[in-house]
Design a protein around this ligand. Sequence first.
Ligand code: AMP
Length: 504
Amino acid sequence: MNIANLLVRTAQSHAGQPALAHGTETVATYREFANKAASLGAGLMQQYGLQKGDRVALIMKNHPEYWISLFAVWHAGLTAVPVNAKLHISEFTYILENSGAKLAIATPELAKELTEGQDLAPVLSISDANYADLKNAAPIPMVDMAPDDLAWLFYTSGTTGKPKGAMLSHRNLLCAILSYFADVSSHEPGDCIIHAAPQTHGSGLYGLPLIAKGGIQVTPLSGGFEPAETLELIAHHKNCCFFFAPTMVHRLIGAEEFKSADTSNIKLIVYGGGPMYEADIRKALDAIGPKFCQIYGQGEAPMTITVLTQHELATGGDHPNRSERLASVGVERTDVEVCIRREDGTPCDLDEIGEITVRGDVVMLGYWQNEEATNNTLKDGWLWTGDMGAKDQDGFITLKDRSKDLIISGGTNIYPREIEEVLLTHPDVAEVSVIGRHHADWGEEVIAFVVPNGDVPSIETLDAHCLEHMARFKRPKEYFIRESLPKNNYGKVLKTELRKEFEN
Ligand code: AMP
């Protein structure tokens, strides 16, 4: 089914319910949202001569119009290419060219940049009078889509190399939504999701289940994550949900305004997309209560591969493996199979580390026009995620690292995350990243980049802390104290940048 059906149905059953809010103000009910999407879809097809399946890039800062554009695109049988607004013009151009987009819909500043910076695709700004006119065009009925038709080209965040377009079908998205209801949460009309993270990425995907159930998409006026503003929105809206990168959870709790904030309106914070260290989730549970749920997935298998459920996080306190479970990414989702494999493809034993592979209806169709990458990633129906992990006897999966981040020293595998977990329990360490550096005798040796938490810790203290908590050979041989770590636009640490410092 066309995923736009979610909106059409909710607009029938809950026409008058608020659907879109900008800050604290409702800007569209479900009736208005659905009507505008159906009209805009018709207008786009006519004015730009688009055909079913054509790609339309959505290069937008968080804004309520994103939702109208996205559903207009789907309603008209087009393929959405949501693009992170923080990318550079050269990256926008790359994605426009690679996807063959026939149109880019953009927020005003980005529309100006795109109009001046490229001529691959026409640009439609959401502040243009033309855009407003198109939203009043005579609506078309929703275009019928087959399950495997393309709905979304999800460009990977590209911590290495050029981003690739993961092809997500209508079936992929529908399955992702159903599995959200199976494993993450249920929703009622009036629940809301506050998009403090980019709508073009995880946060936007997590908005879809709320559209199916008559919830509200709240876009902050700032368009992003300002802890003080987020806390004000929490005070205003009821049953607030979020999709947060782990670093955002950390920042929210650390904000000055958090100390006096009333967070009782929070219903659920889904976190994922990067490692949540045990020390940080313990702090978060203490500060906000049992309102967290962790997911692990990737653009190639969205919403997602595993879940550490709210129930587990809330009630697992007495379990003897509590620490391991908090540091894990939980268990496989209802709709997927996860197999951890050795390099030769054979399944690993319990607790043996290998590459996480996954099979199920959330797995992408392949990479857009990139057969080589598709063949390297999808083998015999299994998605090879590039993430290393191990499954324990209770089915809990612990992520070690990306396979490329693994450090091999003297023939022994060392997983940076283990060392990062330990260093983060030191009170003077705010952030840390561990990588391997070439060593003539050992192949690689472990080094650590540390961002201090106020006082700069001495190297001796850090070394003593490591010696107390890990095998001697794993501890970093050198420390680099930094004010910050290089991160990509989703807040993921760019280990590639750190490694570059040591390339000859
Ligand atoms: P993206 O496709 O941009 O969403 O990035 C996906 C990658 O982020 C995965 O392949 C993992 O390496 C990482 N990731 C996602 N979720 C988690 C998580 N819960 N814990 C640790 N890393 C994660």
